[in-house]
Write a protein that binds this ligand. Structure first.
Ligand code: HEC
Ligand code: HEC
Ligand code: HEC
Ligand code: HEC
Ligand code: HEC
Length: 223
């Protein structure tokens, strides 16, 4: 039963096609081929644009939120001049980590390789924007009253720091484009491209100068 069909398919490209309607298998092959290229084009090719790197030390927000007195601000705070401290420096850790408190291998490594040598931890910043972008936490957190979760997701409650992914070509963090292969966004923190900043600005009615189409609007977010 199978042999005649196989023959048709093999010789089906020429005249026999018209004779007996071998178009069926051809369409099937076409659809299979299309599906394969879509999978390659949408999933494997985009995946291959990114490299993955572990954070230098794993860190549990859940453990530390219980231990500190001042919540998130113990480690992420506004300086007197209104600028944002961002990723914590050793100074935020040292009072508790002169010696290891536990036998957790990450804590031991942190104390031995960083605290005792006075070296800052080279944290990888998931939300890092290109250098040409101006972003101010004061405008958003203090004036706009926007919650950290809206832009960053639930990192602040997590047990572990996920690996960082960077784009091999641009060098930018994957969090800007987002992890969905088609760029689909389900949560506000899934993506932070130029259009995502602008979308919220339009919704929130941020001063008209922020709208990209306005004259000089670009300079609101670009140096
Ligand atoms: C208020 C005190 C305190 C501060 C401030 C603090 N830690 Fe800790 N940290 C602890 C204690 C206590 C433990 C042990 C918890 C346990 O029993 O497992 C710990 C555990 C850890 C661990 C192992 C568990 C984990 O989180 O994966 C790491 C790594 C660590 N700390 C890094 C840091 C870094 C980096 C900073 C500064 C950004 C910091 N800690 C600031 C008290 C503190
Ligand atoms: C004991 C210090 C400590 C406390 C308290 C703390 N964090 Fe962190 N946080 C860290 C460290 C260390 C990192 C890793 C640096 C990084 O990823 O940039 C981090 C990273 C983050 C990041 C990722 C930034 C990025 O894009 O890479 C967010 C968001 C964040 N913290 C939010 C919070 C929130 C919200 C809270 C309070 C609920 C909080 N943190 C409390 C130490 C702390
Ligand atoms: C409106 C969106 C938004 C909100 C709200 C927001 N962030 Fe961010 N955050 C960003 C962006 C964008 C960056 C990257 C800035 C850059 O690279 O110039 C960032 C960077 C950071 C970093 C890394 C900074 C560094 O350079 O080391 C930390 C840590 C952080 N945010 C924590 C927080 C915390 C904690 C809150 C809540 C108090 C918060 N953010 C609220 C958008 C936001
Ligand atoms: C979730 C909503 C939201 C997102 C996302 C957001 N913004 Fe904003 N932004 C605001 C609001 C609200 C204000 C006005 C705060 C105020 O002054 O009351 C603001 C103000 C600003 C300002 C101050 C200038 C002005 O016109 O008032 C700059 C610059 C800015 N945003 C840049 C950015 C950039 C860059 C991004 C993306 C990386 C971004 N924002 C993402 C809501 C957002
Ligand atoms: C609301 C803030 C905002 C405004 C307004 C804005 N941009 Fe952007 N722009 C961004 C952010 C954030 C990025 C980085 C993320 C991305 O590539 O989407 C970016 C990236 C870019 C890039 C790519 C730079 C690179 O290194 O990859 C160009 C070019 C650019 N913007 C041009 C413009 C022009 C031209 C305007 C005015 C019509 C404008 N932008 C207005 C936020 C803004």
């Amino acid at each position: 039963m199978e042999n005649p069909k196989a023959k048709h398919a093999a010789s089906g490209s020429g005249q026999s096609e018209k004779k007996d309607g071998a178009g069926g298998p051809i369409i099937l092959f076409f659809i299979l081929g299309l599906l394969c290229s879509l999978v390659v084009g949408w999933i494997f090719v985009p995946e291959s644009f990114y490299y993955t790197e572990e954070q230098p030390i794993d860190f549990s927000h859940a453990v530390h939120n219980e231990l500190v007195d001042n919540g998130c601000q113990s480690c992420h705070f506004f300086r007197a001049d209104g600028s944002y401290s961002g990723a914590p420096r050793l100074a935020q850790c040292i009072e508790c980590h002169q010696e290891a408190n536990s036998d957790d291998p990450d804590e031991i490594r942190f104390v031995e390789e960083f605290v005792k040598k006075g070296r800052e931890v080279p944290w990888l910043v998931y939300s890092r924007q290109p250098a040409c972008v101006f972003f101010s936490h004061a405008a958003h957190v203090k004036m706009g009253n926007i919650d950290c979760v809206t832009c960053h997701g639930h990192i602040g409650e997590s047990d572990s720091l996920r690996p960082y992914q960077g784009n091999r070509i641009s060098g930018y963090s994957r969090d800007i484009w987002g992890t969905h292969p088609l760029g689909i966004k389900r949560n506000p923190w899934d993506r932070m491209k130029m259009d995502d900043c602008a979308e919220c600005h339009v919704e929130a009615g941020v001063s008209s100068g922020s709208v990209q189409t306005q004259r000089n609007g670009c300079l609101v977010c670009h140096h």
